[in-house]
Design a protein around this ligand. Sequence first.
Ligand code: ADP
Length: 502
Amino acid sequence: MINKILVANRGEIALRVMRSCREMNIKTVAVYSEADRKSMHVRYADEAYHIGPAPSVESYLRIDKIIEAAKRSNADAIHPGYGFLSENAAFADRCEKEGFIFIGPSSFTIATMGDKLTARKTMTGVGVSVVPGTSEELSDENAAHEIAKKIGLPIMIKASAGGGGKGMRLVYKEDEIIDSLRAAKSEAKSAFGNDAIYIEKYIESPHHIEFQILADKHGNVIHLFERECSVQRRHQKVIEETPSPLMNPEIREEMGKAAVAAAKAVNYHGAGTVEFIVDEDLNYYFLEMNTRLQVEHPITERVVGVDLVKEQINIANGQKLTLKQNELRQNGHAIECRIYAEDTDNNFMPSPGKINHITEPLGLGIRHDGYVYEGYEIPLFYDPLISKLIVWAKTRDEAIQRMKRALYAYKITGVKTTIKFLEKIMDVPAFKEGKYNTHFIEDHKKLLLETESYNKQCEDVAIITAFIDYLAKIKSASSNISSVTTSNNWKVVGRRKSITRL
Ligand code: ADP
């Protein structure tokens, strides 16, 4: 039985995992780097262990330090969260060898799915279609031209060990193939220490649609429907929603079955995500499997009504799934916006620093998974994600309106954030109509980014105009001062306030 879990992570996901543990009466252990001494996950946990300096290679990626903390704290299990060591087969292996339950699939599964070429081969073997392309590592540069001719340009050159959009190159022209190939190879080598690359056909106007799966250690596998993740910037997700506006019940059922088959093919256990790329004609192709909890898991939790972390823990404990596929339903609509400390006027540069003020949105249908607080300094060493704002409503239209309301109410000062940028997306007709693909942000760049300075100018003019008006009113109020008694002075003050708030 799991009575104590060490969470090998930080930020919002460490807190997210600990919240479910608390509801299950499971003790929690935090690990933290020097930069995270004052982090919320450290305060929330029952125990906390310092594991090294700020850079993640010296702390959150140090398997030995995490194992040492698990031993010192007498933890029974280790939850890796997402990112860091969550998809590291050696870490999963070491946890099990040291006698800790790894809350995730086996190291074999992680290794199989972590290598995109091996995953492609495995999927093809069980009849799940993959994006047309090479099934072997591309070792001969000259062969690339032949392959491109066969599958047709444009092509995607991808790193087999790839992740986070790294080691990926889109090639439109034949004379760009070799340069792109070399660039992808060297990026893959430095990012992953593995320069194996392969070629995939580039799917035009694609949708990124993924299926959440849960599998126990007794061979039961279910899916919890899809998430539409096509609002992306540089191949990274920005907004996710469920259900997908592109789906129909038939294709949902078919893709759900393919996702379950994918999980069964690698003896999966735990929570996982099968990612597909879907073209305009609803042809779908397996892209990859993420063998961990996803950033965007809360939208599924809200619509399906399941706590995925609790399910992960129960599965790790050896329990059978109690959820039945034919009893699961998608109820209403959920949207998630990722709130980053980034400067949208400056090419989304990270904007670490001290949070001076934060007003979090509240009210019906809102979930806010964050970790920052007033006075907290966002470190520059890690991903600049501040929080995830999730809304739920009965319909998609109402969910969009609710997200607009929540983003409007969400105020953070001290660091630059993506809140305004996300708010603008809610007003773009293509988004409102649910007619968008992975090119959405690029296609609406002008509207989403350049109007920022225009809006700013409008805001400045409005403030100046309001101030002139305010001064004029003060002047006229003071010239009538004899008629203003102390008993009705509040009216003047009240008006002044409303003037300055323009
Ligand atoms: P990573 O593991 O680096 O995140 P993925 O293979 O998951 O890379 O792809 C990330 C994103 O890149 C996808 O969501 C999609 O937008 C785009 N993409 C990847 N492969 C293709 C493809 N063959 N055709 C079109 N877009 C693709």
